[in-house]
Design a protein around this ligand. Structure first.
Ligand code: AKG
Length: 246
């Protein structure tokens, strides 16, 4: 992979603030108040022959479910998925699959083995597809193009069988700045406003306090990740890196 595929922080800021991108997002969100949600991931999908690859696999999920609080489930939010290399089914380098249409709720998710990601129940997804409420589509996306979908669309990426380079991509999330993020304790960066005096501050604005129980504990949305999964994940990483056995 060349150094050129990895953006600097400044390049990232220029990109997420690109007028064409933010204008389209604002039109789709139907608001002049557009913010960048705190989940903004550069992602490397490594070839499936790497022992560690399974820990990176992104299984079927809805992006709203990756928020820590259900408060944001119906926030007007979009994911903009931007590969920095050409991604296609023929190339086999981690192509995206989406279920056309969006369920009108956020399904129950659970942790997947070996990684910290969450996934929907395959049975719920099959029932949905059998009722012909959606159909799976596989999308080739050229480098630098943007795939936009809302936060209830069920999607995943396929493992990469392309051995020559990692698949590098950005997943950016934008939302109506006046609505909740569903990410207590984190902050959003507002990019556009109807206010003529508005100026971007790149310091994320924290608006939602982290909810804690009477003992001061925070409860993750899909329950605590079982210790065994952490241990399995750590063991795989350690083995791959040749460090130690747990
Ligand atoms: O980049 C990927 O492989 C998966 C991205 C994804 O699921 C997301 O952006 O929510």
């Amino acid at each position: 992979m060349s150094r050129k595929t990895i953006p600097t922080l400044e390049e990232f800021r220029v990109f997420v603030n690109n007028s064409k991108l933010v204008d389209v997002v604002g039109q789709l969100l139907q608001t002049p108040e557009v913010a960048l949600h705190p989940t903004n991931n550069p992602r490397f999908v490594i070839p499936d022959t790497c022992e560690w690859a399974e820990t990176q696999t992104v299984h079927w999920h809805q992006d709203a479910a990756t928020n820590d609080s259900p408060d944001g489930d119906f926030t007007n939010m979009l994911t903009a998925w931007v590969p920095l290399v050409d991604v296609s089914l023929v190339k086999g380098n981690g192509v995206m699959q989406l279920v056309k249409g969006a369920p009108d709720s956020v399904w129950k998710h659970h942790y997947t083995t070996l990684n910290g990601h969450i996934t929907v129940d395959e049975a719920d997804l099959s029932a949905y597809l059998e009722k012909k409420l959606g159909e799976i589509t596989t999308v080739d996306v050229p480098a630098g193009s943007v795939l936009l979908f809302n936060n209830r669309v069920v999607h995943r990426s396929l493992p990469s069988t392309y051995q020559r380079e990692a698949r590098v991509s950005l997943d950016l999330r934008f939302q109506d700045a006046q609505q909740t993020m569903g990410r207590p304790g984190q902050g959003m960066v507002q990019l556009r406003s109807a206010d003529p005096n508005f100026q971007i501050s790149w310091v994320p604005k924290k608006v939602e306090p982290v909810p804690r129980d009477e003992f001061g504990r925070y409860h993750p949305r899909w329950g605590q990740k079982p210790d065994s999964l952490f241990r399995e994940q750590l063991a795989t990483r350690a083995k791959t890196l040749g460090l130690w056995e747990l």
